[in-house]
Design a protein around this ligand. Structure first.
Ligand SMILES: *Cc1c(COP(=O)(O)O)cnc(C)c1O
Length: 383
C-alpha cells in the first residue's frame, strides 16, 4: 500500500540515533542545540528553539506573545486543529478567515475585509496565524502590511513548509512575522518522530519561549527574583511546561536536516511530474507564483465534485493507493460547533474540502510509483 505521506529514514539517521542511545545524554544534552543550530542557519534566523511537537510550539508561541482571556486569534479553517486549539489552551477566542481557491491559503482580501469590520466593532485579533498549506507560503507581504495597519502579531504555522522559500528568504526567517513554527511529525518534510520548533529574531521572545519550554524555570542569575543559595539553584519565575525535545529525537532531526535540500528538490520533481501528467484532466491544482519555492508537503488535487472525489479515492484504494483529505474545516469539528460555529461560515473552505484529495507525495516515492499513480488517475478520468 502506498500512502499519501511517509518519512524517509536512511542508515545515517539510524546510526546517529544509535550513537546518542549509547551516550550520556538521552535528553537535555548537546544534540538539541546541534539540531537548533542547523535549522537556524538553514532558514536564516537568530533563534531556533526545539520542542516536543508543533502543537507545543504553537502553545508557547501564543503564551510568549501574551495571549490570554479576552484576546482573539484568527487563522484558516483549512488547517490541522492544533493551530486553533493552541489559542484555546490560552483562554483566547478563535475565528476563521476563508481561503483562496487558487492557493488553498488564507485569502488576504477576505482578511482585510474582516479586519475592517472588526475594527468598527472593536474586536481586532491580537494574533493572526497564516498556515503555509501543503508547503506553499502565504502572501506574507500582504499579510505583514495588514499587521502594521491593524496592529496584530503574525505567527506563521509552517508545519508543512520547512525548506520552502518566500521571495528571497526561507520560510522560518521571520522576515514577515514574530514567530514561525515547524512540525517534525513523520508525514512532514523532515522528522524527529514527534517534534517541533519555533524560530524568531526577537531575543526577549526567545528567552521567554526557552523558559516556557521547561516549567518557567530560569538558571540565569540575572533573572533570579532573590539571591541564589548556591550554584545548584534555579528559580521558577513563570508557569511553564515540559515541552522539551529529547536528544534522541534532536539528533534524528539534525541528521534529516542534512538531506532537507534534497528532499525539497525531490518533492518538486514529483510535483512537476504530476502537474505535467494531469494537464489534460479536469482537476484543480494549487497555484504557485514563481517567487515562491513550494516545499510540497502535500499534493492536493481538486475533483469536480464530492461524488467524484469519493469514487476516485475508492478507485485508488482498490489499486493499493491510500489517499487522504486535508482538511475538514476546523470550525465544523463537533467541539468547534459547540463554540457556535455553523456550516456556511467559510464557503470556499467548505467547497474546497468537499472536493480535495491528497495523493501520495514524499521524497521516497519512486519514478515508477509516480508514473503508476498518474496512470491510475488518468485512466479513472478516461473511463
Ligand atoms: C502537523 C500540524 C500541526 C501539529 O503538528 P504536531 O507536531 O503533530 O503537533 C499543526 N499545524 C499544522 C498545519 C500541521 O499540519
Amino acid at each position: 500500500m502506498i500512502s499519501y505521506g511517509k518519512q524517509l529514514i536512511d542508515a545515517d539517521d539510524i546510526n546517529a540515533v544509535v550513537e546518542v542511545l549509547k551516550s550520556d545524554w538521552l535528553t537535555q544534552g548537546p544534540n538539541v542545540a546541534k539540531f537548533e543550530n542547523s535549522v537556524k542557519s538553514y532558514v536564516g534566523v537568530d533563534y531556533a528553539i526545539a520542542v516536543n511537537s508543533a502543537t507545543s510550539a504553537l502553545h508557547i508561541a501564543y503564551l510568549a506573545l501574551g495571549l490570554g482571556k479576552g484576546d482573539i486569534v484568527w487563522t484558516v479553517p483549512n488547517t490541522f486543529v492544533a493551530t486553533s486549539n493552541a489559542a484555546l489552551y490560552c483562554g483566547a477566542d478563535v475565528d476563521f478567515i476563508d481561503i483562496d481557491l487558487a492557493t488553498f491559503n488564507i485569502c488576504p482580501i477576505k482578511l482585510k475585509d474582516k479586519l475592517e469590520q472588526a475594527k468598527k466593532n472593536n474586536c481586532l485579533p491580537k494574533i493572526v496565524t497564516p498556515v503555509h498549506f501543503a508547503g506553499l507560503s502565504c502572501d506574507m507581504e500582504a499579510i505583514s502590511k495588514l499587521a502594521e495597519e491593524y496592529g496584530f502579531t503574525i505567527v506563521e504555522d509552517a508545519s508543512h513548509a520547512i525548506g520552502g522559500k518566500y521571495k528571497d528568504t526561507y520560510v522560518g526567517s521571520c522576515k514577515y512575522s514574530k514567530i514561525t513554527i515547524f512540525s517534525f511529525h513523520p508525514v512532514k518534510i523532515i522528522t524527529t518522530a514527534e517534534g517541533g520548533m519555533l524560530t524568531t529574531n526577537d531575543a526577549i521572545l526567545a528567552n521567554k519561549i526557552l523558559q516556557l519550554r521547561s516549567h518557567g524555570i530560569t538558571r540565569n542569575i540575572d533573572e533570579f527574583e532573590f539571591p541564589a543559595d548556591g550554584r545548584w539553584m534555579y528559580q521558577q519565575i513563570d508557569l511553564g511546561y515540559n515541552y522539551r525535545m529529547p536528544d534522541i529525537n534532536a539528533i534524528l532531526g539534525y541528521s534529516q536536516m542534512q538531506k532537507l535540500a534534497n528532499f525539497i528538490e525531490r518533492r518538486n520533481v514529483i510535483a512537476k511530474t504530476y502537474f505535467d501528467n494531469f494537464s489534460e484532466l479536469p482537476l484543480g491544482l494549487q497555484d504557485c507564483s514563481s517567487d515562491i519555492l513550494n516545499a510540497h508537503h502535500l499534493y492536493v488535487i481538486l475533483c469536480e465534485n464530492q461524488e467524484q472525489r469519493k469514487e476516485l479515492d475508492s478507485y485508488l484504494l482498490a489499486n493499493g493507493i491510500s489517499c487522504n483529505v486535508h482538511y475538514y474545516p476546523v470550525y465544523l469539528q463537533p467541539f468547534y460547533r459547540k463554540l457556535g460555529f455553523k456550516s456556511g461560515y467559510c464557503p470556499i473552505a467548505e467547497d474546497y474540502y468537499s472536493r480535495c484529495l491528497s495523493i501520495p507525495m514524499y521524497a521516497g516515492l519512486s519514478d515508477d510509483e509516480v508514473r503508476h499513480i498518474s496512470d491510475l488517475i488518468i485512466s479513472f478520468y478516461k473511463k
